[in-house]
Design a protein around this ligand. Structure first.
Ligand SMILES: Cc1cc2nc3c(=O)[nH]c(=O)nc-3n(C[C@H](O)[C@H](O)[C@H](O)COP(=O)(O)OP(=O)(O)OC[C@H]3O[C@@H](n4cnc5c(N)ncnc54)[C@H](O)[C@@H]3O)c2cc1C
Length: 508
């Protein structure tokens, strides 16, 4: 948004970021993501409330608190989802959001390093490339998928999404290409763009139905900043609804309960929370070829000196989109990520030895959660109730997907590498036991959306131009506005939305 809005010099643009600059070298070395997940200085490190259907566990929700937001700590998989996801958005009452209408904005953002065809852009700011180094086991994973009868593909974002293959990644010359690097860095020298870091917006200021500015905590000092034209919230799927609520924009009764003066009664703020719930099957490897066995120092040296080797890997190298036997249309309802290392607790629990992991998540869950305030102190984290698996259909899909995970890892291609299963373990075979394993081990794969949903029904927060209903001068442009989850990772779709809305704003 900051790049596009400041491009022609007509407007003064101020970007406020609660976190700091993206100086940490682990951000830029792709494999650094394995370490970043627990680095508190650049991570909001949220936790959900105890999840009723997940054995009352609190789930860890990392989110980037740094320039580039979560694109500075994510796994870099470049996926757009299925074309029908966007046609669905349009059909929900959001004109302009059908696939044919959003494709030009995906292409505008993209600089694909390999693929040149009608589905891809080659001149945009965001570099999308193939991985320069992959682990041999990722190839084995694809052989195993093919052996199971699943199609292979070399492009999840082309004519057909379905299939297994290597992910393309948001990397430029083997470095992470976050939104901060792709969009902000080239615009930083513009006189009409100011970037303030360690500047946490705490309130949107409203005068007679018009948003006139923001109240900001800048390094401990409170300041008010006026906006002549508009305020755009891009705080993400958790923070944007939190900020609206703190500003008195939300469900009247909820605000009253916290003694927050209601500026604008908008019942949908914080509701409609959706996320991809994911479960990992972890298998030991009989050969020392996985990333668990690498020497971190050697990986770092090889990377920083030569830009080569495992340091260039996004770790979740290969994967796939497939339909479960329960699929209701021709869209894949499951996604897989293969990691040639043993993964537990988001990588925070390093298991000794060598092994590999297959992730599986349900792409379009029916369960809905919510973000509400715990207090009116902006520095308190909001309350996150994901309500995972509150719809039994989602659990049935997880079970069906788990069986495909096992099927792939049991394929002959893995015979030379297979050693005992770590999670859930060979003893877990009945549906009841697998379900218990899912309840005990499933985690977020980091795609919360929907908490300021776009639409024109009573629970919609923004309209199809992402303007907050009932107020002027305020938009929300981030993953929170997606009305339903896309069938894939959420970074590229969020960037597409920013391209589309900034173009609209600049044309006005
Ligand atoms: C660990 C991880 C792995 C992921 N892997 C992938 C992947 O491989 N591929 C993919 O497509 N997607 C992935 N995602 C998701 C993707 O990165 C996000 O969907 C995308 O970044 C958009 O998120 P968002 O809109 O919620 O905002 P974010 O990207 O989280 O950005 C919000 C920004 O606003 C700032 N902010 C928040 N509140 C305030 C405030 N009050 N004042 C000022 N600034 C504020 C935050 O610090 C942050 O910089 C991953 C996410 C995570 C966390």
């Amino acid at each position: 948004m900051a790049n596009r809005l400041s491009a022609d010099g007509r407007h003064q643009v101020l970007l406020l970021e609660a976190g700091g600059k993206d100086w940490n070298p682990l951000i830029h070395m792709p494999a650094g993501l394995a370490k970043l997940v627990g680095v508190k200085s650049i991570n909001w490190s949220y936790e959900t409330e105890p999840e009723a259907e997940l054995n009352k566990r609190k789930l860890y929700w990392p989110r980037g608190k740094v320039l580039g937001g979560s694109s500075s700590i994510n796994a870099m998989c470049y996926c757009r989802g299925h074309r029908k996801d966007y046609d669905h958005w349009r059909d929900l009452g959001n004109p302009g959001w059908g696939f044919d209408e959003v494709l030009p904005y995906f292409k505008k953002s993209e600089n694909n390093q390999r693929i040149e065809n009608d589905f891809h852009g080659n001149e945009g700011p965001l570099s999308v490339s193939d991985l320069s180094h992959t682990n041999p086991l990722s190839e084995v994973f694809l052989d195993a998928a093919a052996e199971c009868g699943f199609d292979l593909t070399d492009d999840f974002n082309g004519e057909r999404q379905r299939g297994f293959g290597f992910y393309q990644v948001t990397q430029k010359e083997a470095r992470r290409h976050s939104t901060a690097q792709a969009y902000l860095k080239p615009a930083r020298s513009r006189d009409n763009l100011t970037v303030m870091t360690h500047a946490a917006c705490e309130q949107v200021l409203i005068e007679q139905g018009r948003v006139t500015g923001v109240r900001v905590n800048h390094k401990g000092r409170t300041i008010e900043i006026k906006a002549n034209k508009e305020v755009v919230l891009s705080g993400g799927a958790i923070n944007s609804p939190q900020l609206l609520l703190l500003s008195g924009i939300g469900p009247k009764e909820e605000l009253a309960a916290l003694d927050i003066e209601c500026q604008h009664d908008l019942p949908g703020v914080g509701k409609n929370l959706q996320d991809h719930l994911d479960v990992c099957l972890v298998q030991r490897c009989s050969q020392k070829i996985t990333y668990d066995t690498l020497n971190d120092l050697m990986v770092g040296l090889n990377y920083y000196l030569f830009k080569k080797g495992p340091g260039t890997s996004n770790v979740a190298e290969a994967g796939g989109f497939w339909q479960s036997p329960l699929a209701t249309d021709d869209r894949p309802d499951l996604q897989f990520h293969f990691v040639p290392a043993m993964l537990d607790d988001h990588g925070r629990n390093r298991i000794k030895g060598s092994g590999y992991t297959v992730h599986m998540c349900v792409l379009r869950p029916m369960s809905r959660g919510q973000i509400t305030l715990k207090s009116k102190n902006p520095q308190d984290h909001p309350k996150i109730e994901a309500n995972y698996l509150s719809e039994p259909h989602d659990l049935e899909l997880m079970l069906a997907g788990f069986k495909l995970q096992r099927q792939i890892l049991a394929a002959k291609a893995f015979d030379p590498y297979r050693a005992p299963e770590v999670f859930p373990g060979d003893a877990v075979t009945s549906d009841e036991d697998i379900i218990e394993f899912i309840r005990e081990k499933a985690e977020s794969i980091y795609h919360p959306i929907g908490t300021c949903k776009m639409g024109n029904d009573d629970m919609a927060v923004v309209d199809a131009d992402l303007r907050v209903h009932g107020l002027s001068g305020l938009r929300v442009v981030d993953a929170s506005v997606m009305p339903t989850l896309v069938s894939g990772n959420t970074n590229a779709p969020t960037i597409m939305m920013a391209e589309k809305i900034s173009a609209k704003m600049m044309s006005q």
